[in-house]
Design a protein around this ligand. Structure first.
Ligand SMILES: [Zn+2]
Length: 63
């Protein structure tokens, strides 16, 4: 396996999907490659957290 260059679905930036990350994905059983660069992934995660907070979801569980 080798590092792969993927392009982000959201911002079009090329980012590296490293060998190590590929291993990690495989371990988790993910069959898809990441669609977004790390920055966009982080941004989306934060957005989701913000939304959860606004709808009044209490902590203590995820999903
Ligand atoms: Zn991006």
């Amino acid at each position: 396996m080798a590092d792969k260059i993927l392009s982000c679905k959201d911002c079009g930036t090329n980012f590296v999907f490293t060998e190590r990350e590929q291993e990690f994905y495989k371990e988790k059983g993910f069959t898809n490659e990441p669609l977004r660069c790390p920055d966009c992934r982080r941004a989306r995660k934060q957005q989701r957290n913000n939304r959860d907070n606004r709808t009044g979801a209490r902590g203590g569980y995820r999903r």
